[in-house]
Design a protein. Structure first.
Ligand SMILES: [Cu+2]
Length: 496
């Protein structure tokens, strides 16, 4: 992947950029501590690359005075040599809210470093930002016409200027050019025209090569496919297939790194109603495939989302569909979990309470404001026991207080979130690690395994910073662990 980040560096063709491995949800939402300050950071990835990312930082406390932001490589060369940081501007109406913009110059895994100064001293955090292009925009016709006209004007002008210089360059005032001079001027004009045409031809070839390179980057970063195959009754084999032939050469399945305890997080969601969901953790097999011995499942059509993280910290979601017969499989074990309920309605209900299979419930503290697209919100959920008291048996589930999947009714949006936000936990570990390639965190475990240990006992409230990328009906799966059991609460959301 790095091989190709260089070629586009100086390229200025307009192209849409999206970021994040999540499907259809490019912006980055993050919550974390910069020293003594708790911050919520939103990175709106730019429409063009190189392009400007909008950064919004909200401080949970009112003691922050100054915030600096700077983009860097996530890891490896350059990740400890930041350019000069920009100062985020403090909102006049809302002194805990800061905004800034940053140029993102390359594709791949970047991070935005946020440095804070306030009455409690200094603090710093880094937000991983996967930057990639999703499509190439063609040039506006009017702009193209104007540039074309200017090009012709310049080219023709150059030929005539060269001709005039040869014909009249050192005439005395009042003297008329001789026939010999006029002939020499015609020759100079012909040569100039040939040179200008040659330059234009080379320019077009250069432009074409760069545009081609850019298009290849666009296809490189398109969601790779999850190709699935059922073997021996209940063994699901998943193979990653990039939309670009070079994808599999650059992103090797043998090199993906664990992200919160697992190399792959596989979600099977019944389509179209999402009335069933499985969150499984396949093992890596020989030859780069992943295999999972499925649990009991009814026959049906399932949407497949499989999260993996490349060795450089770039998170990918493999996307696919599979039609399964009725499966008689093994019981769920370990971190695997499932949920079944009613299908998502055409207009999502706004129920705030989700019953849990174990008798408790989850309450969504969502306030009264309607949900709108493109607004960063902290989604807060309270876990209660069957009597409505705060749950006292919460345990970390794969190292965290909770996991949430936000899925749009048409499956065009899939985001797997944590209390730290939409960033991949493996990329976050890389962003925090000392800047030496894909450094391991504790010397023997690959990064991504060593999760921050939660305090004991775990709070009964879990929150996720996120913003819906577009209007529509969404289903939110909130997953927590209580007394050794994974429980899933499901909420539907109508987003304007
Ligand atoms: Cu998770």
């Amino acid at each position: 992947m790095h091989r190709r980040t260089i070629g586009v560096f100086a390229f200025i063709l307009v192209a849409a950029l999206s970021g994040s491995a999540h499907v259809g949800s490019p912006d980055v939402f993050f919550a974390g501590d910069a020293g003594p300050y708790h911050l919520y950071v939103t990175v709106r990835v730019p429409q063009v690359i190189p392009g400007i990312a909008e950064i919004q930082v909200r401080s949970a406390s009112n003691d922050v005075q100054r915030i600096e932001i700077v983009p860097m490589r996530l890891s490896g060369a350059g990740s400890n040599l930041p350019p000069t940081p920009d100062i985020a501007e403090r909102s006049k109406q809302d002194p805990q809210f800061f905004t800034g913009s940053l140029w993102l110059m390359e594709f791949g895994t970047l991070k935005v470093r946020v440095s804070v100064e306030g009455s409690k001293g200094k603090g710093e955090l880094a937000v991983p930002v996967p930057a990639f292009a999703q499509s190439t925009l063609s040039m506006q016709r009017s702009l193209g016409g104007l540039l074309g006209f200017l090009m012709v004007f310049l080219a023709v002008g150059l030929v005539f200027i060269a001709g005039a210089a040869a014909r009249e360059g050192n005439l005395e005032p009042g003297e008329t050019p001789s026939p010999g001079r006029a002939r020499r001027a015609r020759i100079v004009m012909a040569i100039t025209a040939a040179v200008v045409l040659g330059i234009l031809f080379l320019g077009k070839a250069w432009w074409g090569a760069e545009a081609n390179n850019y298009r290849r980057n666009v296809s490189f970063f398109k969601s790779p496919r999850a190709e699935t195959q059922l073997e021996n009754g209940n063994r699901l084999v998943i193979r990653a297939k990039g939309q670009d032939p070079e994808w599999s050469e650059d992103v090797k399945m043998a090199e993906v790194i664990p992200d919160h305890n697992h190399l792959m997080h596989l979600f099977l969601i019944s389509a179209p109603g999402m009335e069933r969901m499985w969150h499984l953790h396949p093992d890596r097999a020989e030859g780069g495939a992943f295999v999972d011995d499925l649990p009991n499942m009814p026959a049906g059509h399932y949407e497949v989302f499989a999260d993996i993280v490349g060795k450089e910290g770039f998170p990918w979601t493999l996307v696919g569909q599979v039609d399964l017969p009725q499966i008689t499989g093994k019981p769920l074990a370990g971190d695997d979990s499932t949920w079944a309920g009613t299908p998502l309605a055409t207009q999502a209900s706004d129920a705030r309470v989700a019953q849990l299979a174990g008798g408790g419930r989850i309450v969504w503290e969502k306030g009264n404001a309607p949900l709108v697209a493109n607004r960063a919100v902290v989604f807060k959920f309270k876990v209660q026991d069957k009597d409505g008291n705060a749950a006292k048996d919460m345990e970390p589930y794969m190292g965290m207080a909770g996991h949430a999947e936000f899925v749009r009714s048409d499956m065009s949006v899939f985001a797997h979130l944590h209390p730290a936000g939409s960033v991949s936990m493996a990329a976050l570990e890389l962003a925090r690690a000392p800047a030496v390639g894909t450094a391991t965190v504790d010397g023997n475990m690959p990064s991504g395994i060593a999760m921050p240990m939660p305090v004991d006992p775990l709070e009964s409230e879990v929150s996720f910073p996120y913003g819906f990328p577009k209007a529509g009906e969404y289903r939110i799966f909130v997953q927590v662990k209580r007394a050794g059991q994974v429980e899933t609460g499901v909420f539907d959301a109508h987003v304007r």
